[in-house]
Design a protein around this ligand. Structure first.
Ligand code: NAI
Ligand code: MG
Length: 357
């Protein structure tokens, strides 16, 4: 089985190296994985002049799955899109048509104390944010900054076609069927026509899933309920920009953005797996980044792209055990715990995986 490894910028290479360790450990007595590395992001732009070189895109399309780190830096964020490391990921998502971005948010019992929220509120939280990933205001045209009547005007366009809404709605209902059978669709139907269409189409699709309880929330209310009563949510389906924001907020239920993996799938079920966090330039190269999000991406990759649920569970169990043993990276550090660096945390998980064999 062939995995394309696109480590990218900042902490990307540090955390994906630990995910590779975990995947090698879990495969020790079974099917082996071939990893092929390719440049993406600022690193690729600096050497090839393109943040998404054609060879990288082709490798990603051919592989059974893509393990991605992070792309972009604060400096390159200010350049035009074609020179921006972070833009490479948008292009790759679009090119592979990875429209369904699943972001599971699980409050690990071992980490309840690491959250800024009260124990009673977050205990038992187990939800998935399904963010549409290839459309919305991130891709709609017209876009840009131009001068009108002597001043600069910024324009972006929120745009969804019916079929784009329909397919992500189906993905949401199917995900809910495999869980607690509750789907909450988040929109801003009261103000935006695009989002009124969103609500209409999701409601239509819902008639095909009578076993799933469908509810709707406006995004502003949803952001409040997500913090106030997160346990009530099972699957949340929403558009690209609302999903981006809501999932970062949801991240705080778990204690750290360094704990959250994600899977981006297309209609054929092929996927790219990446932590929810970015390249974290402020901590890059210091061996302090939390690699658990990337390691948990490895588990999602096994489950969703390689059809290896037992192996996925072994990685997840190993992560839980390492946390239960009191090992923490800086971002989830608590009194009395043992602080580990990125590498050492990766080693601890790999060791636990070997023990579970
Ligand atoms: P970020 O997620 O990189 O960092 C936000 C904060 O969380 C920082 O204080 C960082 O140190 C901390 N953090 C992130 N991951 C962590 C981890 N694994 N362990 C411990 N702490 C962690 O988001 P930010 O600062 O908005 O963006 C930084 C750069 O990354 C920017 O250039 C941005 O464009 C890019 N970016 C790339 C993404 C991607 O490749 N998917 C996603 C988000 C941002
Ligand atoms: Mg984000």
């Amino acid at each position: 089985m062939h995995i394309a490894l696109l480590a990218g910028d900042g902490i990307g290479p540090e955390v994906t190296a630990q995910a590779v360790k975990a995947l090698r450990a879990v495969a020790a007595n079974g099917p082996q994985f071939d990893f092929t590395e390719a440049p993406i992001g600022d690193a690729a732009y600096d050497t090839t002049g393109d943040p998404l070189p054609e060879a990288t895109a082709e490798l990603a399309e051919r592989a059974d799955a893509v393990l991605f780190g992070a792309a972009g830096t604060y400096e390159s964020d200010l350049r035009p899109p074609e020179q921006r490391g972070g833009h490479a990921l948008l292009r790759l998502r679009k090119r592979m048509d990875l429209f369904a971005n699943f972001r599971p948010v699980t409050a690990f019992p071992e980490l309840i104390g690491a959250s800024t929220l009260k124990r009673e509120a977050i205990e038992g939280v187990d939800l998935v944010v399904l963010r549409e990933l290839t459309s919305d205001i991130y891709f709609g045209t017209p876009r840009g900054v131009h001068v009108t009547n002597g001043e600069r005007v910024g324009v972006n366009t929120m745009r969804y076609t019916e079929s784009e809404i329909r397919r992500v709605a189906h993905a949401g209902f199917k995900a809910a069927q495999g869980r607690r059978k509750k789907l909450c669709s988040v929109d801003k139907a009261n103000v935006l026509e695009t989002m009124a269409l969103w609500r209409e189409v999701v409601t239509e699709v819902g008639r095909e899933y009578p076993d799933v309880e469908l509810s709707h929330l406006y995004v502003d209310a949803a952001s409040m309920h997500l913090i106030r009563r997160p346990r009530d949510f099972d699957v949340i389906v929403t558009g690209n920009i609302f999903g981006d924001i809501l999932s970062d907020a949801a991240a705080m239920l778990t204690g750290s953005i360094g704990m959250l993996p994600s899977a981006s799938l297309n209609a054929e079920g092929r996927g790219l797996y990446e932590p929810v966090h970015g390249s974290a330039p402020d901590i890059a190269g210091k061996d302090i980044a939390n690699p658990l999000a990337s390691i948990l991406c490895g588990a999602m990759l096994l489950r969703h792209s390689l059809g290896q649920p037992a192996m996925a569970e072994r990685i997840e169990t190993a992560v839980r055990r390492v946390l239960a043993e009191g090992y923490r990276t800086g971002d989830i550090m608590e009194a009395g715990a043992t602080r580990l660096g990125t590498e050492a945390m990766g080693d601890a998980v790999a060791r636990e995986i070997a023990r579970l064999a």
